[in-house]
Design a protein around this ligand. Sequence first.
Ligand code: BDP
Length: 707
Amino acid sequence: EDGYRAWLRYAPVASSGNYSSLPSSIVLLNATRNGPVSTAGRELQQGIRGILGKRVDINETATGSPAIIVGTAEAYKLVYGDFEEEGELEEDGYYLSTEGRDIVIVGQNQRGALYGAFDFLRRIGQGNFAPTSHVSNPHAPIRWSNEWDNLDGTIERGYAGTSLFFQDGHRATNLFRLTDYARLLASVGINGIVINNVNANASLLSPENIQGLGSIANTFRPYGVRLGISLNFASPQIIGGLNTFDPLDPKVISWWSNITDALYASVPDLAGYLVKANSEGQPGPLTYNRTLADGANLFAKAVKPHGGIVMFRAFVYDHHISPDNWKNDRANAAVDFFKPLDGKFDDNVVVQIKYGPIDFQVREPPSPLFSTLRKTNVAIELQITQEYLGHQDHLVYLGPLWKEILEYDLRADDRPSKVKDIVSSERFGRPLGGFAGVVNVGSENNWLGSHLAMSNLYAYGMLAWNPSLEPQDILQDWIRLTFSSDPKVIDVITEMSMKSWPVYENYTGNLGIQTLTDILYTHYGPNPASQDNNGWGQWTRANKHTIGMDRTVKNGTGNAGQYPPQIASQFENIETTPDNLLLWFHHVPYTQVLKSGKTVIQHFYDAHYEGAAVAQTFVKLWESLKGKVDKERYEEVLFKQVYQAGHALVWRDSINQFYYNLSEIPDQAKRVGNHSYRIEAEKMILNGYKTYGVNPFHTASGYNAIV
Ligand code: BDP
């Protein structure tokens, strides 16, 4: 058990209930070779063999005996006639019935049929044989993964090895793992994948690489996962031999249209493009005084005849913002750039918005752009890879964080306006919308470098399909499928996972101050000193007496005013701002008293001690599963938990000491700054050891390690 099979282990279940009567054949209706219906057949065959130990045959025509019938609604009707539920099916949706003589799995399209098969397997794989008949439709049409893979085989913000897609400037020679990745994605309803870094390399568009994309797309197609790619805006100049990349220049327009034709010749069902422009040094239309909409529409027009879409990122900001001006605020950038453009994007453009206004921090309010754009398609961007959240070395189950954002009611026009209903396109009546999740799987056997982190990939797919699900329920399904149905195993992993986000928040950055990792390079480890006085704009504005970003309209950056009036007035006032976002919106003395009755500084101290203490308990909790989880995964998770427990102490002491030094306000419990027992490694005399500089540096050890 190396984690490779993730939640698709198809392990035998203890009691197979009345499934001894499971039909012994699968009938695939009108299946095309290598299409998702054929995949569904193979998957059901494999799953039933694993879970129930039963062999089922695959037939292409109805036999008259009981069967598991799989196909599209259209194909089903031709053989079995009209069925009642057909009218309820939406794109990619399915109908699953296990109540009659046959098991019926009917998709609105082929992809839907495959999703229905995975639903059935998820049920029996958890020992759930209760009869069911239901229709399930996705919440939104776009449910994509984004991978930040580079052509040289590295992965930006990837923590699980090297790229599965690329090596040495080309597509990887061995693509067999992509089939298994496609399977994982399809099993949780993901229908698109962008395979290269948003900081895109133009040479992806070389003739050879375009051909390579064709092979990659072939591995994903049987699973209904369509390929997309990130583009470098300056490609016409970098590789096209033009002296411009002005989006309104006819030469540039025809260059992109030719490249797009070549791409569609290689990948006829290419889902579309993802574009990061004018952000963090990336080229974009602003160079030519063109708008971001001009830039997005350039690509939209190129892919339109092929049925493609353009995901245009709202993560647009200049990373040379002056920290001297207290009115400057990176959190304002998205609305500042995009608000004037609402209604100017073509219909096949979707603006892809990170969940918060800054950048995947441990605590952010939802981006105000969600409620600002009314005449533009939008999608939410979430991050499965734990860039600021401990790089998969710390357990942070993200379901609850995402759920909180998705359920957040932004009260646009004083009406219910939950983020989930905005991105589904329902709230503002847009044609498109959805989800993008930055996954960054790598070559490590268990995909994300951590067994427990895989719950995040599973939860991402499940919430994108149905954001009304409860993160704990999703988690427990995942535990049963990934580990076992032993109640102890379920309890322990549930307890650890459900506590993990608040715990991480406690020992990192509290009260909305952001994560406090090193911000300039690694985004890992405590480094509050790196937050301020740089152009990246993730400032804390901490000084001797006060801390926090004043984002009020009255005295600050005005960011609170970017929200609809009800929310704006809540954030404008300290009294109505929730404690957990206090320092996101307000600049206050360390002695400011919270709603909890504690001062800000004492909350920092206590939270860090509490968080680090709970992180210690994860080790014991996990150890209680010895013998209940296979040895390989048991040992590997234990290793991570021991590491996290230690690193949580490093976090606790670094952050507390930092703010104690700065504020000189003592900890009421007399813990902070009181480490008589502690000897700094740097001060030791090393006998038989030597130090070396850590690269990338590890902030808490003075950039040094001892070997
Ligand atoms: C930042 C990452 C950087 C990404 C950027 C983005 O550190 O690697 O390129 O986001 O999302 O958080 O474009």
